[in-house]
Design a protein around this ligand. Structure first.
Ligand SMILES: Nc1nc2c(c(=O)[nH]1)N=C([C@H](O)[C@H](O)COP(=O)(O)OP(=O)(O)OP(=O)(O)O)CN2
Ligand code: ZN
Length: 125
């Protein structure tokens, strides 16, 4: 099994609904968005997937969230914007462009701070 991983970061605000203490008030994070694709076979050029193309796709998702209130972003508004939910949103945004390319799975990790992440993982085929 091979893996390629790219990452970027974005700044965003949110508030959580429920028993989250101070996080129920509007606050912000410097999020790290980390994306891993996996597959069993390398292509003829010796790569699993082009890192530049993956970075471009990941940068596009981050740009759509940067300096936003996540609670107002289309696709996230109405949801509780936990790191798990943001990871799921990014997974759903990225997966269509990665299907049919010989990749077996995609993992999206959302780090809310340098010590904590939540992840969403699923098959691509
Ligand atoms: N399962 C989850 N639990 C929590 C999430 C989450 O996404 N999934 N999110 C939060 C809040 O976003 C909260 O803001 C996180 O704060 P905290 O863990 O305290 O980390 P910070 O460093 O960002 O906050 P400090 O106040 O600076 O310690 C809570 N739970
Ligand atoms: Zn938070």
């Amino acid at each position: 099994m091979y893996e390629v991983c790219v990452a970027t970061s974005f700044e965003a605000a949110h508030r959580l609904v429920g028993d989250f203490g101070p996080a129920s008030r509007l606050h912000g994070h410097t999020y790290r968005l980390e994306v891993v694709v996996r597959g069993e076979r390398l292509r003829e050029d010796g790569t699993l997937y082009d890192i530049g193309a993956l970075q471009e796709a990941v940068d596009g998702i981050a740009a759509s969230l940067h300096y936003r209130n996540l609670d107002e972003v289309p696709g996230l508004s109405g949801a509780n914007t936990t790191a798990e939910v943001v990871a799921s949103h990014c997974w759903e945004s990225l997966a269509p462009g990665l299907r049919g390319r010989g990749l077996s799975s995609l993992t999206v990790r959302i780090w809310e701070n340098p010590d904590v992440y939540a992840a969403c993982e699923g098959a691509l085929e």
